[in-house]
Design a protein around this ligand. Structure first.
Ligand code: ZN
Length: 415
């Protein structure tokens, strides 16, 4: 085993071990409270719903743990078997080693590496979600979704990768700065184009219907200083009974999207509070802040790929993973497979920031609506209908929860 392969194995085992530990901690935490809801939760869920939500959490965690083990084995085999360099040699002999052929290899492998997870995705949707009453999809729709996803990945991913890999030949040493700029502009463009071109291939997005609800929400949006034409409804019920709402885009392209499931399960006062919370994300500038962080991460990623592909570590990096020559496409590929083993440890940091934003949006909603009660009631409704785990283990929520728990949010709003 090369030094690099040893580092890889240690990083793989560390991440898998930590994730399995988090799942086990969370399950035991939930089991400890399974018989009796803590007093603070008595008004949120009745005993039957509380027990069902615990069973749902446990079932998801068991499936998730099995999948973690399975994923680690697949990634381990892909990296350590020497199968990847052989496949690339064969691919280059067949299609040549032009940049387009390398870019195509990347897209092909991304699709190929997604295949082993399909049984888990199928089981999760049609067994687990079905059992708890959340599945609304059909096998036909599920297969169509996968095929469409792969086709879109190809149509967008192939030219983009081709362009990025070509930059080094055109621009030389500073290709990675231009590559970063192109990918960042592409991200901004996708925020605008995704709802127009890609989302409609999967879902129907329509403006909120005229009626008392719309009048009321428009009134609130006016008071909060938000142009209300941008409130849209998505037919999430096509695939799942889970409900949600989100804010996306920027400037003229900003929009708030409410799930039809959310509109059906909440009263007007609650929907109004959810809208106020989403407007809070806009007013507090959360999207630009997240974009800035993501841009810095992308820049660091490009610099690192450049160092690995062409810098002093190049020989150590490629031969360490069994490749004869340095190749930018392969550097991207290995970086994308192995990078997650290291960025995983940063997730608590991102969650701290995301939760800070949630608290800010909650406080904004409380101010606009004039009381904490409507949002509190909306969040309770969401937790109950989605069978959310209200008592995650603190370490588990640190790594996996981008939102504070219901009790934390209520405490912050009343404090
Ligand atoms: Zn939020």
């Amino acid at each position: 085993m090369t030094q690099l392969e040893t580092i890889f194995v240690v990083a793989l085992l560390a991440k898998m071990g930590m994730e399995l530990l988090l799942e086990a901690l969370n399950r035991s935490h939930v089991r400890q409270h399974a018989d009796q809801a803590p007093d603070a939760l008595k008004d949120v869920m009745d005993a039957e719903t509380f027990s069902k939500s615990n069973k749902y959490t446990l079932a998801k965690s068991r499936l998730g743990s099995f999948e973690l083990l399975y994923d680690a084995i697949i990634v381990g085999v892909v990296i350590l078997s020497g199968w990847l360099p052989d496949l690339f040699v064969w691919w280059s002999a067949w299609l040549g080693d032009a940049t387009w052929s390398s870019a195509l290899f990347l897209v092909f492998l991304t699709v190929l590496l997604g295949i082993p997870n399909l049984p888990f995705e199928y089981y999760s949707q049609f067994k687990l979600e079905e059992k708890f009453g959340f599945n609304r999809s059909t096998v036909k729709l599920w297969i169509a979704d996968k095929l469409k996803g792969a086709a879109i990945g190809f149509v967008i991913g192939f030219p983009l990768l081709w362009l990025l890999i070509s930059l080094v030949g055109w621009l030389g040493a500073y290709w990675w700065l231009y590559g970063f700029a192109i990918l960042f502009l592409f991200q901004l463009l996708m925020m605008v184009l995704y709802p127009m071109l890609i989302l409609p291939l999967f879902n129907k997005l329509s403006p909120l219907e005229d009626g008392p609800l719309k009048t009321r929400l428009m009134g609130l949006a006016d008071r909060a200083g938000f142009r209300a034409q941008t409130i849209q409804v998505i037919d999430g019920s096509k695939r799942s009974a889970h409900s949600n709402a989100y804010f996306t885009g920027f400037g003229k392209f900003r929009r708030i999207v409410l799930y039809d499931t959310l509109i059906n399960q909440m009263n007007e006062t609650e929907i109004e509070a959810v809208l106020a919370h989403e407007i809070g994300h806009y007013k507090k500038g959360h999207i630009p802040k997240m974009l800035l962080i993501s841009a810095l991460m992308t820049l660091a990623g490009f610099w690192l790929v450049d160092r690995l592909a062409f810098g002093a570590w190049s020989e150590w990096f490629f031969s360490g993973f069994g490749f004869d020559n340095s190749n930018l496409a392969i550097a991207f590929l290995l970086f994308s497979i192995v990078g997650g083993l290291f960025t995983f440890w940063l997730s608590p940091l991102f969650n701290v920031m995301s939760r800070k934003h949630e608290y800010e949006a909650d406080a904004f909603a409380k101010d606009v609506v004039g009381s904490a009660d409507p949002l509190s009631s909306a969040l309770r409704n969401l937790s109950e209908k989605n069978l959310s785990n209200l008592i995650p283990h603190p370490l588990y929520s640190g790594f996996h929860y981008s939102h504070p728990t219901l009790l934390e949010r209520e405490r912050a709003m009343r404090g």
